[in-house]
Design a protein around this ligand. Sequence first.
Ligand SMILES: *Cc1c(COP(=O)(O)O)cnc(C)c1O
Length: 382
Amino acid sequence: MNSDFLPYARQLIDDDDVDAVLNVLRSAWLTTGPSVSQFEQRVCEYLGVPHAVAVSSGTAALHAAMSAIGLGSGDEVIVPSMTFVASVNCVMYQGARPVFSDVDPDTLLISPQSVRNLLTPRTKAVIAVDYAGQTADYDALLEITKSRGLTLIADACHSLGASYKGRKAGTLANLTVFSFHPVKHITTAEGGMVVTQDPGLAIRMRAFRNHGITTEVLDRERLGTWYYEMWDLGFNYRLSDLQCALGISQLKKLDVWIAHRRDIARTYDDALHRIPGFEPLKRASSSEHAFHLYVVRVRAGQYGMTRDDLYRQLRTQNIGTNVHYIPAHLHPYYRNRFSTAPGLCPNAEMAYSEILSLPMSHAMSLSDAKRVAGAIRELAGC
Ligand SMILES: *Cc1c(COP(=O)(O)O)cnc(C)c1O
C-alpha cells in the first residue's frame, strides 16, 4: 500500500511563487501597493474583461457583488442548493432572503426551470454556481434575468479557465466571482476577485473593500493628498500585495494546470467506465470543463457499497475524497430561519446521498489517478 496520503485537493507552490512573495516582502508595499492592480490587470487580460476587483476571499467577493447591486432587506436572491454555504450567506449579509433552487439531476447545475418557478416580484438577482468546474446554462439563465431586469451573478469559484460555447467563465454573467483558496485552480492562500463589464459596479466594489472610502492610499500618495471621503458602509476586504504577487505567479501556470486536470479526468474516465453503479457526473457539450472537482455518483444498490463505505475504504488506502455538498437548505441555520426541510430540492437531496469527489488537483500525477481508479475497481470487484 502507498503510504503517502493523497488529499482530494492540494495547492502547488514552486520556486517562482516563493521568489515573487519574497520580492514583495523586501519592497515598500506589503498591502494595497502595485501588485494588487497588476494582479487585477493580469486576470482581466486572461479572461478578456475590463474590470477586476481583488478582495480577501471568494466569500468577500460574493459579498462585494451583493452590495454593489444594492441588495437589501425585502429582496430575494435565487441560489442553487447544491453549493458551498458562502454562496447563500452573501445574500444574508445584506439582509436579503436566499431562495433555494433545485439543480439538474445529471449535472447538478442550477436548473433554469426551477429558477423560473421561484421568481417573485421581490426577486432581485440569481446566483449561478459553476458546479465542479462546468459552467451553468448561461444562455437560458440570461433569458430569464435580462427581460426582468434582474442581475445574474456567476459564482465561478469552481470554473476559473472554463468556458461556455467558446466564451470564458468571467464573461458570462453581470458579475463573476472567483476564489483563490488553496483547493482552487490558483491560490493566494486566501483571496478572491470579482470581474465585470460594468465600470459603475467596479467602482462600488473598490470602495466596498476599503471601508467605503473612495480613494486608496497608493492613489493618494501619487496625487500628493491626504484627503479622503467615506460614502458608503464598507469593510476591510483588501487582498495584500504579498498575496497578489503569489496570484500573479500562479496565474502564469493556470492553462498548463487545467490541461493536466483534464488529463486526470480522462484517466479516471478511461479507468472507471462500466463499473456498475459507479457514474461520473454528466458533462454538457456546451461547456469546456475546468475540473475543479471530479464528482462521481455511487449507487449503492448496483455498486455493492454505499458512498460513505467507499469514502471510508479509500481512506484506509490513504486516498482522500470529499462530499460536495450537503445541500445548503438542509443546514440547521437555514432550516431554523426559513423552515427549509427535506423535499424542497429533491434532485440535490438525491445526489447528496450518492456523490463523492475523487482526488483532483494539478499537484497530483496521472499515476496517482491510476492508483485511485485501481482501488475503486478492486473494491467493486472488477
Ligand atoms: C470556495 C468557494 C467559495 C468561497 O471561497 P473562499 O475563498 O473560501 O471564501 C464560494 N463558493 C463556492 C462554490 C466555492 O467553492
